[in-house]
Design a protein around this ligand. Structure first.
Ligand SMILES: Cc1cc2nc3c(=O)[nH]c(=O)nc-3n(C[C@H](O)[C@H](O)[C@H](O)COP(=O)(O)OP(=O)(O)OC[C@H]3O[C@@H](n4cnc5c(N)ncnc54)[C@H](O)[C@@H]3O)c2cc1C
Ligand SMILES: *[C@@H]1O[C@H](CO)[C@@H](O)[C@H](O)[C@H]1NC(C)=O
Ligand SMILES: *[C@@H]1O[C@H](CO)[C@@H](O)[C@H](O)[C@H]1NC(C)=O
Ligand SMILES: *[C@@H]1O[C@H](CO)[C@@H](O)[C@H](O)[C@H]1NC(C)=O
Ligand SMILES: *[C@@H]1O[C@H](CO)[C@@H](O)[C@H](O)[C@H]1NC(C)=O
Ligand SMILES: *[C@@H]1O[C@H](CO)[C@@H](O)[C@H](O)[C@H]1NC(C)=O
Length: 448
């Protein structure tokens, strides 16, 4: 199977693109833009002439990894799950491999700013872990939330991947509105979820979206409760996006920020540096306000505010169990927070063989000061800080930005206000590819 898929891909890549092919400019080489390029060609057997513009020097956008003192660390998007069909299939199709995730066997604690709320000891198997969670939070709360999570997931897969694919608009299906219009706190309270289970879920929303249950919509919390083990591509998740762009035969222009777009008689004039080029179709594949593109094309978008997140990597000889800050010898290597502190989560991400020291990753709203760093990690050896506009504030929402902003002008990142992940950005890219492929000599328009 694997061999056949790879053969088909390399076969495709040798197809000459007809000279008269529509010219497509994709602005942004993250998950969304890369997926759009790949699926446009896949659905039409290479009927498009694609240029991908990327302002960074690399492909992947918010998925990028670095070598920090001998440990490979994802600075942005780190994990996905097997249910993420588009990503999962891409790993198989392109012969990438999954790194072994240690997180399944990692114990964690919930910190409320003053004390360790709860410590989940490592368990040798998932049944034992499940029983511990039941003992701690009660079967009712776990079961009632699980039911909501499964219903939401089923609706999502059915409406967005199967029945209506490719969706002409995020507003054309309504099955998830009951989750996106209601804050997680309100949903959980209405179905009598215990306070301590709500606190547990909040530690996940704080870790993954830097938001609390009072402000995040219900869907944003439910997607974090799949219970599946997390996957990560060995060598970096952004390899998926590199492979997609390669397979699309697109002309990739790194270090090239698009600065202006204007309407022409037949399409759009796209400007960068001192150059302007004409395209038939433009796909905007990054959060609109962050693209910083000058245009007089009037577009109607749902307002999106992005979280300003600090990611700090710290190399230290000390384990958290030695930390004077927590002052608790049982402190495990992952600490999630329920609120009340200057950081959202801390987790061990690797061990540097080169330095024989540990590497931790901390998420916070602000830069960590020296006093806090030394309290947490003792005398540490090195640190690295990266700031992101990481994901939108997932406020309750009932109307999403459209994929189609104007004739032949498309936008992917309205999707992020529904769910902000690599998979959903990839889905948005594939959806717009599907819309553009319709009516052409297409192969089957389906994902993955
Ligand atoms: C710290 C962190 C942790 C995360 N954890 C996870 C996780 O575990 N799992 C998960 O699935 N998701 C996670 N996410 C979210 C995930 O990274 C995003 O949802 C997803 O990668 C977004 O992809 P995108 O293609 O829509 O946008 P982006 O990746 O932001 O891509 C947009 C691209 O457009 C480029 N660009 C912008 N303006 C211009 C311009 N004018 N001209 C040319 N190019 C331009 C940018 O440089 C960027 O490369 C995390 C994000 C962060 C920051
Ligand atoms: C794509 O379009 C550009 C500009 O018109 C042209 O120079 C290039 O040859 C085209 N590529 C292919 C593969 O047709
Ligand atoms: C897949 O990767 C492995 C290990 O790198 C390599 O041995 C194998 O030839 C690759 N297969 C294909 C089809 O590319
Ligand atoms: C993951 O673990 C398996 C079995 O322990 C091993 O064979 C494999 O090489 C590991 N993969 C990576 C990427 O480390
Ligand atoms: C937008 O800009 C283009 C090119 O600069 C110009 O021809 C057009 O008239 C402008 N449209 C509006 C509505 O201002
Ligand atoms: C449609 O695509 C197939 C496969 O690429 C090709 O054989 C066929 O001639 C095309 N048909 C038309 C009408 O272009």
């Amino acid at each position: 199977m694997l061999l056949i898929l790879c053969f088909v891909v390399s076969c495709f890549a040798q197809q000459p693109i007809p000279i008269s092919s529509p010219r497509v400019a994709i602005v942004g080489a993250g998950a969304g833009g890369a997926s759009c390029a790949y699926y446009l060609q896949k659905f039409t057997d290479y009927q498009f002439n694609i240029t991908v513009f990327e302002k960074n020097s690399y492909v992947g956008g918010r998925a990028t990894n670095i070598d920090f003192d001998g440990v490979e660390v994802e600075l942005g998007a780190s994990m996905f799950i097997e249910d993420n069909k588009i990503l999962y299939n891409a790993v198989e199709e392109f012969n990438l491999s999954f790194a072994n995730s240690s997180s399944d066997s990692t114990s964690f604690a919930l910190w409320n700013g003053e004390s360790m709320d709860y410590i989940l000891e490592p368990s040798s198997n998932s049944v034992a872990t499940y029983l511990k969670l039941v003992w701690r939070f009660g079967l009712y709360s776990i079961a009632v939330v699980k039911y909501q999570q499964q219903t939401a997931m089923k609706t999502f897969l059915n409406e967005y991947y199967e029945k209506y694919y490719p969706l002409s608009s995020l507003n054309s299906v309504t099955g998830l509105l009951k989750y996106t219009t209601v804050a997680a706190k309100d949903l959980f309270s209405s179905i009598w979820v215990s306070t301590n289970y709500q606190n547990f879920v909040q530690s996940l929303t704080r870790n993954n979206y830097a938001q609390d249950l009072t402000t995040i919509h219900s869907l944003g919390s439910l997607v974090l409760l799949s219970g599946e083990s997390s996957l990560h591509v060995d060598g970096g998740n952004n390899q998926i996006f590199e492979k997609w762009i390669q397979a699309s035969d697109a002309d990739l222009r790194l270090n090239t920020a698009i600065t202006a777009i204007s309407k022409t008689s037949s399409g759009y004039a796209v400007s960068y540096g001192s150059h302007t080029e004409d395209y038939d179709i433009v796909v905007l594949a990054g959060p609109y306000d962050q693209l910083e593109i000058k245009t007089n094309i009037s577009v109607s978008l749902t307002n999106a505010q992005y979280v300003h997140l600090h990611v700090t990597l710290v190399r230290t000889p000390h384990l958290l169990s030695e930390s004077s800050y927590f002052n608790n010898k049982k402190t495990p290597q992952t600490v999630l927070t329920t609120g009340g502190d200057k950081f959202n989560s801390i987790g061990l991400v690797g061990y540097s063989d080169k330095y024989q020291e540990y590497v931790y990753k901390v998420f916070s709203y602000q830069s960590l000061n020296e006093q806090l760093l030394q309290g947490l990690f003792g005398k540490y050896s090195n640190k690295y800080e990266k700031t992101w506009y990481s994901y939108p504030y997932l406020s309750p929402i009932s109307k999403f930005s459209e994929f189609k902003l104007a004739e032949n002008l498309f936008y992917l990142n309205g999707m992020e206000q529904l769910i902000s992940t690599m998979e959903t950005s990839s889905l948005a890219g594939a959806t717009v590819a599907g819309l553009l492929a319709q009516g052409r000599n297409t192969t089957q328009i389906t994902v993955p």
